[in-house]
Every structure is written in structure tokens, then in C-alpha cells.
Design a protein around this ligand. Structure first.
Ligand SMILES: [Zn+2]
Length: 83
């Protein structure tokens, strides 16, 4: 879904760096990640609108928030940058 080209060891490294930068919790709802709430990599500037895999364009969201944001970007605000 939101893991365009980010897999395996690369994904692990990115997740570690994002956790060091932002903390081990969802950047949207602020719930801590753990077994019941796995982290997902989100593109701040959406991949579908030309966003890159640079760390500055990535953040960690929990799965429910990522899913919601995905739908929001796709159906509600197709032209604007999501917060
Ligand atoms: Zn969340």
C-alpha cells in the first residue's frame, strides 16, 4: 500500500531512523506502537502525487491512521497537501 519500494532491510532501517527522529508513536493519533498497533510508513507528500522516499518525506503512522489518510487523500482532497 504505502510502502513503495521500501521493503526488507531498507524498511527496517527507515523505521528505526523515523523512530529516533519522531518517537515510537503514531504521528497522527500519538498512540504508542506495539504488537497490537504496528507502525506503517506514510509519505507526507503522497507518493501518488510525486512524493519521494526521502526520510524528510516519511513519517510513521499506525495502521488505522494510515488507512484513513489514504482514503482521505484519494477521495476527499485530491489536490491539496494532507496535514
Ligand atoms: Zn494513529
Amino acid at each position: 500500500m504505502a510502502a513503495h519500494g521500501i521493503t526488507g532491510n531498507k524498511r527496517k532501517r527507515i523505521v528505526r531512523e523515523l523512530r529516533m527522529r519522531d518517537g515510537n508513536y503514531c504521528q497522527h493519533c500519538r498512540k504508542p506502537f506495539g504488537k497490537p498497533l504496528p507502525s506503517t510508513i506514510d509519505h507526507i507528500h503522497p507518493w501518488s502525487m510525486g512524493g519521494t522516499n526521502a526520510l524528510s518525506n516519511l513519517q510513521l503512522l499506525c495502521y488505522p491512521c494510515n488507512k484513513k489518510r489514504d482514503l482521505w487523500i484519494r477521495f476527499v482532497l485530491p489536490d491539496s497537501r494532507a496535514a
